[in-house]
Design a binder for this molecule. Structure first.
Ligand SMILES: *Cc1c(COP(=O)(O)O)cnc(C)c1O
Length: 852
C-alpha cells in the first residue's frame, strides 16, 4: 500500500525529543552509552529484566529501550526498591571496571578496520573479520591496553537477511538511528563537531567523527552521510561491502586517509598502526605524505612508516584481497605521487608485484606488505599459507624464510560465554580467574565439576536454543507465506532429546555449507534413526553479489521442507551475533567443513568450545591447532584428491561415517542417571584443553610479544634525534640498492660436487671471493643453502649455513665455509648473498639477494 499526498507536498521538520529519565535511573542511561554494558553480565541482565520482550524486539539495544519505555514504566522502576538495589550493584561493577587505570609504558596502538562486530545493535559488521575486531577492542579494554580503533559508521551497514518461500535470499537495509547508538560526536576545542575532509575525485568530502566507548577505550568512526556532502558522497558510509569496486576504493580512501586525518586532529599520536586487513592500506599513504610534507625524502618517510606498521592478512581466498585498476587509481590518487615526490609508475609499483607490468592492478595487500615492517596471518597454518602466497614478493627466498608470522585468532570470553556456564566455572575456578583466562591449569579444574551438573546446565542451554528456533520459525515461516501445516509439521518434530549440530557462518562457497547433503540417502538414514534423533541447524548470509553462496542457501531451505528432513534440517534466517551466541552455547556439536586450506582461522568454533560444544571440523585454520582426539572430531588435513568434487565426496562420506560410528552412538550411550559419561569426557576436554588457548587475552599477549613490543622499539628508534637513524638507514638502503648490481664473483673454489659424492660426516667446503665495489663487506652476509626438491616447482630449504669472512681488501672480500651439512641424499645448494644492517628487523627489509 502506498500513500500519496494529493494536495501540496507535506511540510515536515525533524525534532528529537530526548526521553526524560528519572534521576534515580540516570545510571541506566550512562551505562547504555558504553558498550561495556554488553559484557558485564550483571548490567546486560539488568537491562533485559526491565522488559525482556521489548528488549529483544529492539535488538537488545538499551538506548532504544530507554527511549521506548513508557514514562509510567520508568517511574515505576524509579520507585522499585528491588530494582534500584540491583541497579546500584550493577553500577558499582560498571564503575569499578572503568576506574581501573590503563597500563603505562606500552606503545599506543591505532587499530584500523573496515568492520567491527561489537553487538547486534551496532550494524558495523558482516562476519568473522568484524567480530574478531570487535572482540579484540573489548579485550584491549579488559587488558587496560592503550589502543583505539578507527572505522566507518554505516547508516545501513550489512544487510539483514530474509528468505522467500523458495529459499531465495532477500536483502533488507534498515537504517540505524544514530541517536539510539552509544556514539557521541567528537568535538573540537571550540565546541564544534570535528569533521575531516578527504579529497574524493576533486570534491572535498566532509566526514564527521564520532566516538564509541568500548569499556576503557574508544572506537572512532567516520560518517559522511550529512548535509555537507553531495548525495553520492553521503552514500560512502551507507553500506558495508556494498557497491562496486570503485565504491570500495572510495570507502578505503575514506577509512585510511580520513582515519589518519582524524587521528591527527585529535592529537592522539599513536606509536603503532595496526592494519586489520588490507582495506586500511591507504592509511600508510597519508602517513608518507605527512612525513614528506615535514621535509623527509620518500625513502626516509617510508622507513618511518614501515617501522611503525603491522599488517594482518586474513584470508588466502583471492577475492579477499582488494585490487584496483590503474585508471581508477589515477582518478582518485594521482595527487599522492606528487605529494610523495615520486613518479606515478613508482607510486603504482607500491601495489604491484612487478613494477614494470603496467597492466597489473594496484593491490592493497601488496601495498600493505610494502609499507609495513611486520606482517602476520591469523593461525599457524594460515601463517604458512600466507608465506607461500606472498613468496613471489621476495625473490631469492623460499616460503619458509619469508618474514610473515602469525597470531592465532581467538574470541572474547565475556562476550561469548553463556552466563550459566560462567557461573558454573566461577564457583570451581576461583575468584577473578577471568583475568588469567589463558591459563590451562585453571580450566583443567573443569574436571572437578560434576558430570550431571555440567550436563544439566548444557541441556538448559539447548532447550533455550530450541525454543528460540521454534519461535523464530513460527514468525519467519508465517511471513514467508508457508502453509500452517508445513510449519506445524516442522515445529512438532523438533525434539529436545536430539543430538543437535550447528553450522553457521558466512555462506562463502569455500566453506562448503552443503557438504552434508552430498549423499542424501545416507543423510536420510542418519537423521531418521529410531531413538537417536538428530537435528542440524544451519544459518548464514551470502554476500549479495555471491550467487553461488545464495544457491547453497536455497538448496538447504528446500531440503528442510522435504518430509523426511522436516524438523531435522533447519535453516535459520538472518544470522547475527545474538544468534551466534544462542547457537554456539546451545548445540552439542559445532560443524565446520571448509575447503582446505582456505579457512584462515575461523572463530565460531572457539565460541562453541568454551561453552562445551564439541567441534567436528576439517583440520584447517584454528582447529588444526586446537584439535585433540579426546576433545573433538576431525576430517584430515591432507587432501586426498586434486579434483575438488572427488574430495568433497570423500569428505562427506568420512563425515557420515564418523557421525554414524562415533558421535551418535557415544552421545546416546546413557547410564542410569541419563547421561553419557563418554560424551561428558569430550565436553570437559574441549573446555579444559582447547578453550583456554583461544581466549582473547592469549591473542592480545601474542600480539604484544611478537609484534607490538618489537615494533614499538623500532618506532622509537626511528623517531629519535630528529629521525636520525631513519635517515641513515634510508640512505644506506639507497646506496646498497644502487651498488648491488655491481657485486661480482671473482673466484669460486667449491668442492667439485659434479664428480664427487660427499660422504656423510665429511665437510662440505667452499671459498669465494667477491668484488664488493662500493658496499661495505660488514653489511654483507654470504650463506650456503641446501634445498630438497619436492617437485618441479617446489623446493624446501633444509639447511642454511653462513660463510665466514676471512679477508677483505680494497674492494674485495673473501668468504670461507667448511661444514658438515648433517644431511644425506640428493640436495641442491646455492650461495646467496644478502645485505645486513643493525636496523634490519628481518632479511627481507631490504629485498636484495645476489647468487654467487
Ligand atoms: C563468530 C561469528 C562469525 C565468524 O564465524 P567463522 O567460524 O569464523 O566463520 C561470523 N558471523 C557471526 C555473526 C559471528 O558471531
Amino acid at each position: 500500500m502506498t500513500i500519496t499526498t494529493t494536495q501540496s507536498e507535506m511540510k515536515l521538520k525533524r525534532i528529537f525529543i530526548q526521553p526524560q529519565i528519572p534521576q534515580e535511573l540516570a545510571a541506566l542511561n550512562r551505562m547504555s552509552h558504553n558498550i561495556l554494558w554488553s559484557w558485564i553480565a550483571q548490567v546486560s541482565e539488568l537491562f533485559s529484566s526491565i522488559d525482556p520482550q521489548l528488549f529483544t524486539e529492539l535488538n537488545y539495544n538499551p538506548v532504544a529501550l530507554l527511549e521506548n519505555l513508557p514514562p509510567a514504566r520508568l517511574n515505576e522502576l524509579a520507585g522499585d526498591k528491588d530494582f534500584l538495589k540491583r541497579l546500584a550493584s550493577a553500577e558499582e561493577a560498571f564503575d569499578a571496571y572503568l576506574a581501573e587505570p590503563m597500563k603505562k609504558d606500552l606503545p599506543r596502538i591505532a587499530y584500523f578496520s573496515m568492520e567491527y562486530g561489537l553487538h547486534i545493535s551496532l550494524k558495523l559488521y558482516s562476519g568473522g573479520l568484524g567480530v574478531l575486531a570487535g572482540d579484540y577492542l573489548k579485550e584491549a579494554s579488559d587488558s587496560n591496553v592503550d589502543l583505539f580503533g578507527v572505522g566507518l559508521l554505516y547508516r545501513y551497514g550489512y544487510f539483514n537477511q530474509g528468505l522467500s518461500m523458495n529459499g531465495d535470499q532477500l536483502h533488507h537495509y534498515p537504517a540505524q538511528k544514530f541517536t539510539q547508538l552509544p556514539v557521541e560526536p567528537v568535538r573540537r576545542d571550540d565546541g564544534n563537531w570535528l569533521k575531516v575532509s578527504v579529497g574524493i575525485k576533486g570534491r572535498m568530502v566532509q566526514a564527521k567523527v564520532w566516538s564509541l566507548a568500548i569499556g576503557r577505550i574508544k572506537l572512532y568512526l567516520l560518517d559522511t552521510d550529512h548535509e555537507d556532502n553531495a548525495p553520492e558522497d553521503r552514500a560512502l558510509t551507507h553500506q558495508l561491502y556494498g557497491g562496486d569496486n570503485e565504491h570500495r576504493l572510495k570507502q578505503e580512501i575514506l577509512l585510511g586517509i580520513g582515519g589518519v586525518r582524524a587521528i591527527e586532529e585529535m592529537g592522539l599520536n599513536p606509536d603503532i598502526y595496526h592494519l586489520n586487513e588490507g582495506h586500511a592500506g591507504f592509511l600508510s599513504l597519508e602517513r608518507l605524505k605527512n612525513y614528506v610534507a615535514a621535509g623527509l625524502s620518500f625513502p626516509e618517510a617510508r622507513e618511518m612508516v614501515r617501522a611503525s606498521s603491522l599488517y594482518t592478512t586474513h584470508t588466502p581466498v583471492p577475492a579477499g584481497h582488494d585490487h584496483f585498476p590503474e585508471h581508477l587509481m589515477r582518478d582518485y590518487l594521482y595527487n599522492y605521487a606528487t605529494d610523495l615526490a615520486i613518479e606515478w609508475p613508482e607510486f603504482m609499483a607500491l601495489g604491484r608485484l612487478d613494477p614494470d607490468d603496467h597492466g597489473e592492478d594496484f593491490n592493497m595487500s601488496k601495498l600493505s606488505i610494502r609499507l609495513s615492517q611486520r606482517v602476520n596471518g591469523v593461525s599457524k597454518l594460515h601463517g604458512k599459507v600466507s608465506q607461500e602466497m606472498f613468496t613471489e614478493l621476495f625473490p631469492g627466498y623460499t616460503a619458509e624464510e619469508v618474514h610473515i608470522g602469525y597470531v592465532t585468532n581467538s574470541v572474547h570470553y565475556p562476550t561469548w560465554i553463556a552466563n550459566s556456564m560462567h557461573e558454573l566455572f566461577s564457583t570451581t575456578f576461583g575468584k577473578d580467574w577471568v583475568r588469567d583466562q589463558s591459563n590451562k591449569d585453571i580450566w583443567r579444574k573443569v574436571h572437578k565439576i560434576d558430570d550431571k551438573a555440567l550436563f544439566d546446565t548444557r541441556h538448559v542451554l539447548k532447550v533455550r536454543l530450541l525454543n528460540y528456533v521454534r519461535e523464530k520459525l513460527k514468525v519467519d515461516m508465517r511471513r514467508r507465506g508457508e502453509s500452517p501445516r508445513t510449519t506445524f509439521d516442522i515445529l512438532s518434530k523438533i525434539n529436545e532429546k536430539a543430538l543437535v549440530l550447528g553450522f553457521a557462518r558466512r555462506f562463502a562457497t569455500y566453506k562448503r555449507a552443503t557438504l552434508l547433503f552430498n549423499n542424501r540417502d545416507r543423510l536420510r538414514e542418519l537423521v531418521n534413526r529410531k531413538d537417536q534423533p538428530v537435528i542440524f541447524l544451519f544459518a548464514g548470509k551470502a554476500h549479495p553479489a555471491d550467487h553461488g553462496g545464495q544457491d547453497l542457501i536455497r538448496q538447504i531451505v528446500q531440503i528442510s521442507k522435504e518430509p523426511e528432513f522436516a524438523g531435522k534440517i533447519i535453516f535459520l534466517e538472518d544470522y547475527n551475533m545474538e544468534m551466534a551466541k544462542l547457537l554456539t552455547q546451545g548445540v552439542d556439536i559445532w560443524l565446520n567443513t571448509p575447503t582446505r586450506p582456505l579457512e584462515a582461522s575461523g572463530t565460531s568454533g572457539m565460541k562453541a568450545a568454551m561453552n562445551g560444544s564439541v567441534n567436528f571440523s576439517v583440520l584447517d585454520g584454528w582447529w588444526a591447532e586446537g584439535y585433540r582426539p579426546d576433545a573433538g572430531w576431525a576430517l584430515p588435513l591432507e587432501r586426498t584428491y586434486d579434483d575438488q568434487h572427488l574430495q568433497n565426496e570423500l569428505d562427506a562420506e568420512t563425515m557420515y561415517s564418523i557421525l554414524e560410528e562415533e558421535i551418535i552412538p557415544l552421545y546416546f550411550d546413557r547410564d542410569e542417571s541419563g547421561i553419557s559419561k563418554g560424551w561428558m569426557g569430550y565436553v570437559k576436554q574441549i573446555i579444559a584443553e582447547v578453550a583456554p588457548y583461544f581466549t582473547m587475552k592469549r591473542m592480545m599477549d601474542d600480539y604484544f610479544e611478537r609484534f607490538y613490543l618489537p615494533l614499538g622499539q623500532s618506532a622509537r628508534t626511528v623517531r629519535q634525534d630528529n629521525q636520525k637513524k631513519a635517515k641513515a638507514y634510508a640512505a644506506w638502503k639507497e646506496a646498497t640498492a644502487a651498488g648491488w648490481s655491481e657485486l661480482e664473483t671473482i673466484e669460486n673454489n667449491t668442492l667439485d660436487t659434479v664428480n664427487y659424492a660427499l660422504p656423510v660426516g665429511e665437510n662440505f667446503s667452499a671459498e669465494v671471493v667477491i668484488a664488493t665495489n662500493g658496499i661495505d663487506p660488514d653489511h654483507l652476509v654470504l650463506e650456503a643453502l641446501f634445498y630438497q626438491r619436492m617437485d618441479e616447482e617446489t623446493i624446501k630449504l633444509r639447511r642454511t649455513q653462513a660463510f665466514e669472512r676471512v679477508a677483505s681488501t680494497n674492494g674485495t672480500a673473501t668468504f670461507r665455509l667448511s661444514v658438515d651439512p648433517h644431511l644425506a641424499g640428493v640436495y641442491e645448494y646455492g650461495f646467496r648473498m644478502r645485505p645486513v644492517h643493525d636496523m634490519m628487523p628481518h632479511p627481507q627489509d631490504l629485498n636484495l639477494v645476489y647468487w654467487v
